[in-house]
Design a protein around this ligand. Structure first.
Ligand code: AKB
Length: 317
């Protein structure tokens, strides 16, 4: 393609969509990136480029956007995450399965490249927990995980059968200061910074030693762009693990004490999200992502803590 691709982003007002739209617009031009959601954007978001209402459950409405704007690529962020999914499994099934099927059909019928992220939540209690490989046992027991395994397999099927250019990466927990997460099991790792700066104490919904893979949003967005733009020939598979660092709540609290306040207090009140976290990997192996398209995260735990405190500090000063 000699001109810039025209990209549609679903779920554009979510934690990742917000930053991804800014990054895509900086690279491909504001007018070439169509942001969509079912919520109303703040006026400053609308000002930077096209925004449309598009419900991923409505195939015809999505198709109209693709035709009207001449879309080439879709980045599909609309999804109900792990904790929200356990609260409302019917909604998660509908959005994650039927919504994905709609964008996949759209990709098939209009020759689109489709990037739809998966998650470490696609693994389950019988998956090996350390250095979890790309190809392994996948028997998740959350509706989120089940719907994401379905997404991965269906995407691969459409690639094989219809030549759809489907791409996916299994995100760890993503930590961001500018856009809040919503409905995930890893959300504690963002909430804790707000609580530390505001109240100097935090009640954590996971146990002290629950170690999970995590990444800072900048690495996540760079990696997502790398996979989105990678030449087809570079891809030896369609779904890739990506790993950056791993920590537990008590390790994160120790870093916050070290960098922010030595008497920061954390208590542990595990709820239903503990059972979800217990089924996920502690670390993931991501050699294929590094070899095939250059995944190379730079934020470790200490960098994440410093960056989060620096970015959020002024809000609570
Ligand atoms: C969640 O906690 O549900 C998400 C994820 C790991 O996919 N952050």
């Amino acid at each position: 393609m000699t001109r810039a691709p025209r990209v549609l982003v679903t779920g554009s007002l979510g934690q990742l969509g917000t930053t991804m739209v800014d990054t895509l617009r900086a690279k491909f031009g504001n007018e070439n990136v169509v942001a969509s959601d079912i919520k109303k954007p703040a006026p400053e978001k609308r000002a930077t480029g096209p925004f449309v209402y598009a419900d991923v459950l409505n195939y015809r409405a999505l198709e109209q956007v693709v035709v009207d704007y001449g879309i080439d690529w879709v980045v599909h962020f609309s999804a109900v995450l792990s904790a929200a999914g356990e609260r409302n499994p019917a909604l998660a099934l509908n959005v994650n399965v039927n919504g994905f099927q709609n964008v996949l059909e759209l990709a098939k019928n209009h020759g689109l490249r489709l990037l739809s992220p998966s998650t470490m939540g696609a693994f389950g209690p019988t998956t090996p927990k350390d250095a979890t490989p790309d190809l392994t046992i996948m028997r998740p027991n959350t509706i989120y995980g089940i719907s994401k395994v379905h997404m991965e397999l269906l995407g691969e099927y459409y690639t094989e059968k219809y030549g759809v250019d489907f791409r996916s990466l299994r995100y760890p927990g993503i930590i961001s200061a500018d856009s809040p997460p919503g409905g995930g099991t890893t959300d504690y790792a963002v909430d804790i910074f707000h609580a530390a700066l505001k109240d100097n104490r935090y009640a954590c919904f996971l146990k002290h030693d629950t170690r999970l893979p995590m990444a800072y949003i900048d690495d996540c967005i760079v990696g997502t762009m790398q996979l989105l733009e990678a030449p087809q020939e570079a891809l030896t598979q369609r779904v890739y693990n990506v790993h950056a660092c791993a920590f537990s709540p008590e390790e994160l609290a120790a870093e916050i004490r070290h960098m922010h306040s030595s008497d920061f207090a954390i208590e542990y009140r595990p709820d239903f999200r503990q059972a979800i976290a217990d089924t996920w990997p502690r670390t993931m192996a991501d050699t294929a992502a590094r070899d095939d398209w250059g995944w190379n995260p730079i934020f470790g735990t200490t960098d994440i803590v410093r960056t989060m405190l620096d970015k959020l500090g002024p809000t609570y000063a």
